[in-house]
Design a protein. Structure first.
Length: 280
């Protein structure tokens, strides 16, 4: 059982990490899609063009008429979260994974290397299930820009090594072939970060629909927010972190049947990225 003082500290820390995936505005930070321009980049930085030399490509969503949508889940855990896990805090969410399986919903999970270290059995189980694909969310979950929701800042000289370390941890956990996709912690990036990661040959995956599941208490509100934002080709960001996103699983159970009623088909990010009209 977590004491009240420790619980308050944990909530504050989770807010600093996970609010990064749900705040509405800011340079290099995620935002809700604009009704006037639904394909506006979620980052204050422009998306690099296909011919941008030396920059990691960034994918946000697919511009398509097909009613496809990708649900993505960040398995967040920072390099410093070991003591919190040791005291009973849960950074995993097996009930969510089971719900996706029951509902037969393919999904992409962006996993930090520290999460894979903490939950190798779950990482391996997810990685071996053809319903899912696993991608990289950094090792440390530190910021790749100078300012990102209070996250510790990763020096530019260490960015590439941090991502490589995450791939190593994910493979060590038993995920044989993680996707060559990367999600910046907090969605924060700039040209310096894109340049630092370019030699890795990865694609940065952003999103156009913010679920708001981080620290949410109302599953219905999370589901309604997703349903309002989804358009053909959307990428939805959610979390696979039980203690800091406790209503994600019931929210998924609410929104999946409704989206299917509206004619949507759930796909992995790789299907959207591979679409000829993918927005990069």
């Amino acid at each position: 059982m977590i004491s009240p003082v420790r619980r308050i500290a944990a909530v504050w820390a989770c807010g600093a990490v996970l609010a990064a995936c749900g705040a509405p505005q800011g340079l290099g930070r995620p935002s809700a899609p604009s009704s006037a321009s639904p394909w506006t980049a979620v980052s204050g930085m422009p998306l690099p063009g296909p011919g941008s030399p030396g920059l990691t490509p960034v994918f946000m969503s697919a511009r398509t008429q097909k009613k496809t949508v990708a649900l993505t889940f960040d398995a967040d855990m920072t390099a410093d979260d070991g003591p919190r896990a040791a005291h009973g805090e849960h950074f995993d969410n097996p009930e969510l994974i089971e719900a996706l399986r029951e509902l037969k919903v393919p999904a992409t999970l962006f996993m930090t290397g520290r999460w894979a270290d903490q939950y190798p059995g779950e990482a391996r189980d997810i990685g071996r299930d053809p319903l899912f694909e696993v991608a990289n969310h950094s090792y440390s979950h530190y910021s790749f820009t100078d300012s990102c929701y209070g996250l510790p800042v990763l020096p530019a000289a260490k960015m590439r090594a941090d991502v490589e370390r995450a791939f190593t941890a994910i493979r060590k956990a038993g995920v044989a072939r993680p996707m060559r996709y990367f999600r910046f912690p907090g969605g924060c990036y700039d040209n310096r970060a894109l340049r630092a990661l370019s030699p890795l040959g990865i694609t940065a995956i952003q999103w156009d629909v913010v679920s708001g599941d981080a620290l949410a208490a109302d599953a219905g509100a999370v589901a309604r927010r997703v349903l309002r934002g989804v358009r053909p080709g959307s990428v939805v960001i959610m979390h696979c972190t039980r203690s800091a996103a406790p209503v994600t699983e019931p929210a998924v159970r609410k929104l999946v049947p409704e989206l299917r009623k509206r004619g949507y088909r759930f796909v992995k990010v790789s299907e959207l990225v591979g679409a000829p009209s993918g927005r990069r």
